[in-house]
Every structure is written in structure tokens, then in C-alpha cells.
Design a protein. Structure first.
Length: 201
């Protein structure tokens, strides 16, 4: 019994020494960290967290208006050939190939700017969004769901896909989509991915 008691007391003493030593190490580390932080914040180039330009809201995100693959890409610097008209011209949007009559949804929340029949683009709907963005849906077969001034939610039906763009009428049915930022066209794919810088691409 005496040996057992001595062993227990020895364990307690060893454990106590370990606890005390660990506490001293923690205290020393805390002091060193405090000194380092004090020295760091005293530097003339130190920027506190309050001074950082930390965004409080994610940038505006658009969703794809139809489930289709890109038949013709975006280009405002290199002309593309359009066999229907036999001309080379820039393409400030993308063509998303879908079945004729496919539901077209609003890329983002906003307000209907205009609904009209264009000589070149066919039946069109244009929406105004936040942060200077506009989205244009062209070549529609139907746009009876909205009219100018209507508020729209992201994903709300605004029409049906067709094949009304004159220069693209020899292609398969598709949605011609353009997105503009501050009066300039931007690549819709970049906007969908959230990497749009607001510059033409």
C-alpha cells in the first residue's frame, strides 16, 4: 500500500510540474506575441483591418437565361462571318442554341426597359439591372409576358426563344443574348462566371 501511495504522489508531482511548465510557456508566448503586435502596429506602413477595403456584398451575379450551349461566341474586336448575309461583322453577344419556343428567363432582377420588334434583331426584350448593367434578349418568338416598366425577378419568364435575328436566321433556333455594362457590351460568359471586369472583351 505504501509503495502504491508513493507512486500516486510521484505521478501527481510530475503532473503538477508539467502543468506549471506548460503555463509558463504559454505566458511567454503570449508576451512575445503582444510585443510583436505592438511593434507591427507602430510601423508607419501598417494598415489596420478598419482601413482595408473589404467588400460587404458579393458582386451582381447573372444566371444563364436558357439551358443551351454557345453556338456563336462574343467578339467586338474580331469580325465573324455570317453566311446568311455574306458579311463579316462583330458579335456583341452570344448565341445559346435551344429548341424553338424554349422558355427564356431573366438573367437577373431588374426592370423592363423596352420590348420591341427590331429590323435586324427581331423581337427583343431589354432589361435594366443594378450597377449599370443591361441584358438584351433577341430573336424571340414570343415576349407577351412583360412590357416596358415591369419589374422582373431573376429567373422570371420573359419570353420564348425563336430564330428572329436576320443575320443568324440560317442557324438553328437560339437565343441571342447581349449584356451591357455602362453602355458597353461585355462577354456574357464572363458575367455568368463572375469574372467580368466591366470592360469589353
Amino acid at each position: 500500500m505504501s509503495c502504491g501511495a508513493d507512486f500516486v504522489q510521484s505521478c501527481y508531482r510530475s503532473f503538477g510540474r508539467c502543468v506549471v511548465q506548460s503555463f509558463r510557456i504559454c505566458c511567454r508566448l503570449c508576451m512575445e506575441l503582444t510585443e510583436y503586435a505592438t511593434a507591427l502596429t507602430s510601423e508607419p506602413n501598417f494598415i489596420s483591418a478598419r482601413q482595408l477595403a473589404v467588400p460587404t456584398q458579393a458582386p451582381l451575379r447573372f444566371s444563364q437565361p436558357v439551358n443551351g450551349f454557345t453556338d456563336r461566341g462574343f467578339s467586338v474586336t474580331e469580325p465573324q462571318y455570317f453566311s446568311k448575309t455574306g458579311v463579316w461583322q462583330v458579335h456583341p453577344g452570344i448565341d445559346l442554341q435551344v429548341a424553338y419556343g424554349e422558355v427564356v428567363k431573366a438573367c437577373g432582377a431588374g426592370t423592363v426597359d423596352a420590348v420591341w420588334e427590331d429590323n435586324q434583331l427581331g423581337l427583343c426584350v431589354r432589361l435594366n439591372h443594378e450597377d449599370g448593367y443591361q441584358s438584351l434578349y433577341a430573336g424571340l418568338s414570343n415576349a407577351d409576358y412583360v412590357r416596358a416598366g415591369d419589374p422582373v425577378a431573376q429567373g422570371q419568364t420573359i419570353g420564348h426563344a425563336g430564330n428572329g435575328v436576320l443575320a443568324e436566321s440560317d442557324a438553328e433556333p437560339h437565343l441571342h443574348l447581349e449584356i451591357w455594362k455602362d453602355g458597353r457590351p461585355v462577354d456574357p460568359i464572363a458575367v455568368f462566371l463572375g469574372v467580368d471586369s466591366g470592360d469589353t472583351m
